[in-house]
Design a protein. Structure first.
Length: 289
């Protein structure tokens, strides 16, 4: 029997699926899977029991496909669903390992830009001494700042790009602005990464993996009309070593030598598809497990 699929509801019509995920609901039903809805807004507000009240009792094994969830909140969701007899195929430790950079970086160190991280609370950037330790751990030259999950690449000059990691004053300014703009949404802490130039004309690729096997290779959702074609065989062992069942790797081709580099790892449940992709290519094999 196929696993069930949990999707986000429409905030304006809670009994219906969020329109963004409606094609995935249709694909799941065609695959013979049950579909149930979670109230994502209630979940983020800390009302976990309310968020899962439309999930039928004893639904059994399930995958989630929806908007991002903070790792702590995912653990609450996992526990609430278990009390109702629904068991997420991605456990809370698996989710955190794939979703947050400190969970996956050590596994992918050789194939991703050098990085250093430090925990911090929202609105509280790391102290200057901590930032100095982070920059000292990285190669000389430019870098970027992000949190454990996301960057602010659309605020590139103001809150993302670090022209010179040795310029401590400039690093503090950009990191401070980054944490200010992230506000309450800052995830886990601050990450500094060495900057590597990538080929924008080729675009990023997103690869969905299930149990170490690539299910789908597509363009990143931000550039759905591009057609990157990375070779991912060298990543199979690394993905298996991470120990998470359903993950994504975002890849970009480095301009200097043409090497495909992992720029992000993510939990496959919250990694969006390009708008022009038939979700059946992902969901049919996923729900069969």
């Amino acid at each position: 029997m196929p696993a069930s699929l949990l999707l986000c509801n429409d905030p304006l019509a809670p009994r219906r699926c969020d329109p963004h995920f409606a094609p995935q609901a249709d694909a799941a039903r065609r695959a013979g899977a049950a579909v149930a809805l979670i109230d994502h807004d209630a979940l983020l507000a800390g009302h976990t029991e309310e968020a899962v009240r439309r999930v039928p009792q004893d639904l059994g094994a399930a995958w989630y496909r929806g908007w991002m969830i903070p790792a702590r909140t995912y653990a609450d969701l996992d526990a609430a669903l278990a009390r109702r007899g629904t068991h997420l195929r991605t456990t809370a430790p698996m989710y955190r390992a794939a979703h947050e950079l400190p969970g996956w970086y050590a596994t992918f160190t050789d194939v991703t830009p050098p990085s250093a991280h430090a925990a911090c609370a929202p609105h509280q950037p790391p102290a200057p001494a901590t930032l100095a330790e982070l920059t000292a751990a990285l190669p000389a030259g430019p870098g970027i700042v992000k949190d454990y999950v996301k960057s602010r690449k659309h605020d590139w000059d103001e809150a993302c790009y670090l022209p010179d990691l040795a310029d401590t004053a400039a690093v503090r300014e950009v990191v401070g602005r980054f944490t200010e703009l992230q506000g309450d949404d800052l995830a886990g802490g601050v990450v500094l990464r060495a900057f590597e130039p990538f080929d924008a004309a080729v675009g990023e690729a997103r690869v969905w993996w299930l149990d170490g096997v690539p299910l789908l290779i597509k363009a990143h959702p931000d550039t759905p009309d591009l057609h990157p074609g990375p070779d991912v065989d060298h990543l199979r062992g690394l993905v298996r070593a991470l120990g998470c069942r359903f993950v994504t790797t975002d890849l970009a081709r480095r301009r200097t030598d043409g090497t495909w580099r992992v720029i992000e790892v993510g939990d496959g449940q919250v990694s969006d598809l390009p708008a022009n992709t038939d979700p059946a290519g992902l969901l049919t094999p996923l729900l069969a497990t």
